[in-house]
Design a protein around this ligand. Structure first.
Ligand SMILES: [Cu+2]
Length: 86
């Protein structure tokens, strides 16, 4: 999995633009976006990290590659909970 932090992704419009950009680079990619954490996670089928990053940049955003393992660990830690019951 490839993961990017995109700090200038701020709303649902950005999410759909970025999703479309990634699909343009890799049409069968599985795209998971966490808007609150500004995270874009991609399960690519043919594009590599550089191509995905370029596609996001071409859409007008600033992707910062992050370690997928870090993202998973962080997500696992917070779980599906909003934090209200932690
Ligand atoms: Cu937006």
């Amino acid at each position: 999995m490839q993961a990017f932090r995109v700090d200038d992704m701020t709303c649902g419009h950005c999410v759909s633009t970025i999703t479309r950009a990634i699909r343009g680079a890799d049409k069968d990619a599985k795209v998971t976006i966490d808007l609150s954490q500004h995270l874009v996670m991609v399960e690519p089928t043919e594009a590599d990290a550089q191509e995905l990053s370029d596609a996001i940049a071409e859409a007008g955003y600033t992707p910062v590659p992050v370690q997928a393992a870090t993202v998973v660990a962080k997500t696992a830690k917070t779980g599906g909970c909003c934090g209200c019951c932690g």
